[in-house]
Write a protein that binds this ligand. Structure first.
Ligand SMILES: C[S@@+](CC[C@H](N)C(=O)[O-])C[C@H]1O[C@@H](n2cnc3c(N)ncnc32)[C@H](O)[C@@H]1O
Length: 251
């Protein structure tokens, strides 16, 4: 990996700034994840890999009592704090690695979210991050995260509006290999993304190793008829393909 993930996000941070849904996953993943986060009202929430705060702001606007956003990219956090200064919601942002949660007390959050964070780390680091999440969640608190669907790179050609270059890697033999990718916005532009490939059971194994013992809800997300109706040209190439995977588990 020549460019670090922080460098990649520092250089593309301007293109992630948005107040309205623009990216493919703003339609196919984030609204569903927000609905899963409910009830948000009066909750203490941690958003790991919060980026420029698109999802974080919506959690606060839905009535969360406290929202903390953490991201390893300085430029993404600068974008988030600029939005906070322009329209204060009371969100606290920090530049930090998601594995560094020592500043938070045991059981201090009701809800921890990680929207497309784990595709930037290998399985070992994902497990380390999940251990921190388990520790900082109160008993009965919820952990919600999304990742690219593990089969997506194997079922979709390397073409817009979403792609990962797997360079011939296999589903099992390609574990923990880095696939560079791109995700498109409806205006035709795109932003760089990455996926450190994991299989389905890598996620379950990491949850178990972190201490989660209850059965997670798992949802496969895809371009639905309602999306095709909004913009048939944009969503049509993804019709019937599994795009993202969402997990929700209670401590
Ligand atoms: C695809 S973006 C998603 C941003 C945001 N969650 C959203 O839904 O709009 C992934 C974010 O994860 C951040 N990230 C990647 N690895 C990280 C790590 N180890 N610790 C904290 N943030 C990380 C990146 O800097 C980037 O902002």
């Amino acid at each position: 990996m020549n460019e670090t993930t922080s460098e990649l996000y520092n250089r593309s941070a301007q293109d992630w700034k948005r107040a309205e849904p623009r990216l493919l996953s703003d339609f196919t993943a984030r609204p569903f994840l927000l609905s899963w986060c409910e009830p948000v009202n009066a909750q203490s929430v941690l958003d790991l890999g919060c980026g420029e705060g698109y999802f974080t702001r919506q959690l606060k606007q839905r009535g969360a009592a406290r929202v903390e956003g953490i991201d390893s990219s300085e430029e993404m956090i600068l974008g988030a704090t600029a939005a906070e200064e322009a329209e204060p919601l009371g969100i606290r942002y920090q530049v930090s690695d998601a594995a560094q949660l020592s500043g938070f007390r045991d059981g201090e959050f009701d809800l921890v979210v990680a929207v497309f964070l784990f595709n930037y780390v290998d399985s070992e680091k994902m497990t380390e991050i999940m251990k921190g999440i388990f520790r900082t969640l109160r008993i009965g608190g919820r952990f919600i995260f999304s990742v690219p669907h593990p089969l997506f790179a194997f079922l979709h050609d390397e073409a817009p509006p979403f792609l990962f270059q797997r360079n011939g890697a296999g589903y099992f033999s390609g574990r923990n290999e880095l696939f560079e990718g791109q995700i498109w916005q409806r205006d035709g532009s795109n932003v760089p993304v990455r996926c450190i490939h994991k299989t389905l059971d890598d996620y379950f194994r990491a949850l178990t190793a972190a201490g989660f013992t209850s059965m997670p809800d798992v949802q496969e997300l895809y371009a639905q008829p309602k999306h095709l109706k909004i913009d048939p040209e944009f969503f049509e190439p993804l019709k019937d393909k599994p795009l993202h995977l969402a997990f929700r588990v209670s401590r």
